[in-house]
Design a protein around this ligand. Structure first.
Ligand SMILES: Nc1ncnc2c1ncn2[C@@H]1O[C@H](COP(=O)(O)OP(=O)(O)OP(=O)(O)O)[C@@H](O)[C@H]1O
Ligand SMILES: [Mg+2]
Length: 299
């Protein structure tokens, strides 16, 4: 892979991008397994909107299904803030042996629970393989109780973040129009497919100012991925830059719940519909916890 060429493509003015369906996930089993679905929301660059997208997706899914959000930003998580809960325990306590998986579950809303990451605990940001295996065990113990597990990933391309994406049934990359975010999304994808050639990621352009800008940005990323990774990266759509998001963050509430008529909420609902259409019709899986446990040894 030639980084300079890839970077040049990410700077290109490209053609319009349309959402393209991905093939069926190879993680599904023909026989008995878990019906729980898993989605990792990741980015590469920090601050692209992973947590606000996760909070709103979780809130939408929870209207009809049981949802567990896993805040994977260990030690510096903020998913609990966006759901307005103040859990006493977090995955940090689990990793350090002070709590069991069930001790950690924070109830956020009807059908919506959270495994909090803990905040202000820097020494757990990078987990040892056995620590990641402990997190995998906790997810494995709990996931049966849910229809969806949404992983709110930390920024960057650390081995544990990539393992979480590789272990999830689907990965949604959140990028902004900034070339730095696009470059980091590309880097994340490159590492992800090296780790797990069968993963089926897709992406969304967040904080775009128009459909035209989003389409151009999406095509730049798709072009680079097509050319240098030989893959199609489906774009699930775009989300507008919207002051409502900041207001909802400050109100500690998911945008779709607090400002359901905002531009962002309308676009997020469309994104969720597209995602569900695309991910529909799958059979049972071996489960996120089990897959993560297998990958933990390689981190
Ligand atoms: N569509 C949007 N419109 C306006 N502001 C937004 C939008 N999306 C995100 N933001 C702003 O960006 C901030 C960061 O968002 P968020 O915390 O979701 O990013 P993140 O990718 O989870 O960050 P981190 O990498 O630190 O976990 C939000 O607090 C919000 O102010
Ligand atoms: Mg976040």
């Amino acid at each position: 892979m030639n980084w300079d060429q890839a970077r040049r493509i990410l700077h290109w003015d490209g053609r319009r991008a349309d959402a393209a369906p991905a093939g069926p996930s190879r993680r599904r089993l023909a026989g008995p397994g878990l019906a729980t679905r898993s989605l990792c929301i990741a980015s590469g660059k920090g601050g692209t909107g992973k947590s606000v997208v996760t909070a709103s997706l979780a809130s939408l899914f929870a209207a009809t299904r049981r949802v567990l959000v896993v805040d994977a930003d260990l030690g510096v998580g903020n998913a609990h803030i966006l759901q307005d809960v103040a859990p006493e325990r977090s995955l940090v306590d689990l990793v350090e042996g002070r709590a069991s998986a069930r001790d950690l579950v924070a109830i956020c809303a009807q059908n919506l629970d959270l495994l909090p990451a803990g905040s202000g605990v820097s020494h757990v940001a990078a987990l040892e393989p056995w620590e990641l295996a402990r997190v995998a065990g906790a997810i494995g113990e709990l996931e049966r109780d849910y229809d969806w597990v949404l992983v709110d990933a930390g920024a960057g391309i650390s081995a544990q973040t990539v393992a979480l994406a590789a272990a999830s049934e689907r990965t949604l990359l959140v990028t902004t129009p900034d070339v730095t975010a696009l470059t980091d999304a590309y880097a994340f994808l490159k590492v992800l497919v090296q780790r797990d050639a069968g993963s089926a990621p897709c992406f969304v352009v967040n904080r775009a100012t128009s459909a035209g800008e989003a389409a151009e940005v999406a095509e730049r990323l798709r072009g680079a991925v097509r050319k240098f990774l030989g893959r199609d990266l489906p774009c699930l759509g775009w989300l507008p830059d919207d002051r409502a998001v900041t207001r909802c963050v400050n109100a500690r509430a998911p945008v779709v719940r607090h400002e359901p008529d905002s531009e962002f909420a309308v676009a997020l609902r469309e994104l969720a519909r597209r995602f569900e259409r695309e991910a529909a019709g799958c059979g049972p899986t071996i489960g996120l916890g089990q897959r993560l446990a297998r990958l933990a040894g390689d981190t």
